[in-house]
Design a protein around this ligand. Structure first.
Ligand code: G4P
Length: 528
């Protein structure tokens, strides 16, 4: 057994994901209250962008920049060290969320019981499925008149292609919401609004036919609960934890985050069943967390938006071994050794310098521009962590320099911003034309604003008629080069100089695929 095993088993690193407004921020706050990381409700600021405006976004980023602690929230609960990674709420920054999902071992998915499965929920779950990430579902806002629980389960299973397994079961919803029955612990939790601390209003009912149930919820609800539970027991049986860990089944909880109801049940189960740091694939081999040698990768870079301090903070997920302050590590992409004198931890919401970190931890490293998203640090071995793909952007615009005197600043600025993962940069194959790919318009506005504020470079964007980017490969390099030569206006290179085909429409893409059977078209940058 490895000497760090105890540290590894204590850690649970996860993210809460949801469609905006489902209750992610509220649930995060309740978790932190239980974990003692905050003392009062309202301490967690929503990262939601209420107005669709750049200034609003920049203000949030500025606040987050000052308090990067909100990007990773660490707390202790029942002897476990829980690392909760924050994800942006706005859909235009979905890529940032996808990348954060590469750094976690499991997720909690929040679904609004009124709205059911929403657009962002679908996309986020797609990413979880790609990576076989274990998921726990929290169906929120049971205090509102929402959909019926069986209908919700069916909708989630069908739309998100996952099998569900209820752990708690609601008695009504909206104004008639009376509480949840815990099928696992066999107790009834009665609903009281606005409980600040752990709800102790539980009644142990091992035998649901006992008359105490009628006393608590009334005859008709007791009868209905008995019928529901019989049905559920018949269909689902016991939760199979290995199936959850293999992402084959997702436990489900019902509750109301704002009322702190059903949250403790969720958290208790989470710390009991959620995976500790898992082995992770690299381009060479799978690296187990218990390996002695340290390794980790950068999944997020946060710019310091104060132009006087250009340094950035790179977020590193420790994957194996022990990270130590002031120790040289190998930066694989640059093939050079680097060390860090002030690595941050995110414990207790303050930026604390740490001496060491273990698998599952996320640390903040000062970066003067040497990191890109996806970079790997090791103790010398040459490998890099895989599974941090770029997805095709949805909007494409040409970057046009408005001030020829500032060409250098623009070049530097756009490179640094895209290293941070703000957007994807494509360069014309054999040329210098720059095309920026984004998920939403707000990203273009932020780039324009930051290029001007931070680099003094004025630019404008011209829309391009592309709908998708496909990374292209071929077993025959000549065929690939010929294809690129005949399509000069559609072929670009990504930042790693991989060839990318920009398609105007699905029809064009299908035609090219049919006409070029020797060329493979990939929808993510990760090509195996
Ligand atoms: P998000 O981070 O997923 O975007 O959602 P957030 O927690 O900010 O919650 C969105 C809205 O839903 C908030 O109201 C929040 O108070 C409310 N909410 C969260 N959980 C529950 C719940 O269990 N029941 C009910 N009825 N509402 C819930 P808001 O008015 O948009 O925001 P605020 O002005 O209250 O902050």
């Amino acid at each position: 057994m490895n000497k760090y095993n105890e540290q590894i088993q204590r850690r649970k690193t996860f993210a809460i994901i949801s469609h905006p407004d489902a209750g992610k921020t509220t649930l995060t706050e309740k978790f932190l209250l239980f974990g003692g990381a905050i003392q009062t409700a309202g301490a967690v600021k929503s990262n939601k962008i209420k107005k669709h405006a750049t200034s609003d976004f920049m203000e949030i980023e500025r606040q987050r920049g000052i308090s990067v602690a909100t990007s990773v929230m660490t707390f202790e609960y029942r002897g476990m060290l829980v690392n909760l990674l924050d994800t942006p709420g706005h859909k235009d920054f979905a890529e940032d969320t996808y990348r954060t999902l590469t750094a976690v071992d499991s997720v909690v998915l929040v679904i609004d019981s009124v709205n059911g499965v929403e657009e962002q929920t679908r996309r986020l779950m797609e990413v979880c499925r790609m990576r076989d990430t274990p998921v726990i579902v929290f169906i929120n806002k049971m205090d509102r008149d929402g959909k019926q629980p069986f209908d919700l389960l069916e909708e989630i299973e069908k739309e998100l292609h996952i099998n569900l397994h209820p752990i708690t079961w609601p008695i009504n919803n909206g104004r008639d919401f009376k509480g949840v029955y815990n099928l696992f612990d066999k107790n009834l939790l009665l609903f009281t609004a606005n409980t600040k601390a752990a709800g102790d209003d539980t009644v142990l009912i091992e035998d649901l036919s006992a008359p105490v149930l009628e006393d608590k919820v009334g005859l008709s609800d007791a009868t209905r609960l008995r019928e529901d539970v019989e049905l559920i027991d018949g269909v689902y049986g016991e939760l199979n934890v290995p199936d959850y860990l293999a992402a084959k089944v997702a436990p489900v909880f019902f509750g109301s985050a704002i009322n702190n109801f059903g949250v403790k049940e969720l958290l208790d189960t989470f710390v009991r069943v959620a995976p500790s740091p898992l082995p992770r694939p690299t381009n060479v081999r799978v690296v187990p967390p218990a390996e002695d040698a340290f390794s980790g990768f950068i999944f997020k870079i946060h710019a310091n938006l104060d132009p006087k301090h250009r340094d950035r903070i790179a977020f590193l997920r420790v994957c194996s071994g022990r990270f130590q302050r002031n120790t040289f590590y190998h930066h694989v992409r640059l093939d050079k050794d680097v060390r860090f004198s002030n690595p941050y931890s995110f414990l207790a919401r303050d930026k604390d310098v740490i001496e060491e970190a273990f698998p599952g931890d996320v640390i903040g490293l000062f970066d003067t521009g040497q990191f890109k998203i996806g970079d790997t640090l090791t103790e010398g071995e040459d490998f890099f962590y895989t599974g941090i793909p770029s997805f095709s952007p949805e909007l494409f615009k040409e970057l046009v320099n408005k001030d020829p005197m500032k060409t250098k600043q623009l070049e530097k600025g756009i490179r640094q911003l895209t290293d941070e993962g703000v957007a994807q940069l494509f360069t014309q194959h054999g040329g210098n034309r720059k095309i920026i790919g984004c998920v939403g318009d707000l990203q273009f506005e932020v780039i324009q604003y930051r290029l001007l504020q931070e680099y003094g470079a004025a630019c404008q964007f011209n829309s391009l008629p592309f709908y998708k980017a496909c990374w292209i490969t071929s077993a025959d390099p000549k065929k690939l080069e010929d294809f690129a030569r005949f399509k000069p206006s559609n072929i670009v290179e990504d930042k790693d100089e991989h060839l990318v085909y920009l398609a105007q429409s699905e029809w064009f893409l299908n035609t090219e695929r049919t006409n070029n059977p020797d060329i493979e078209f990939h929808f993510t940058s990760e090509i195996h």
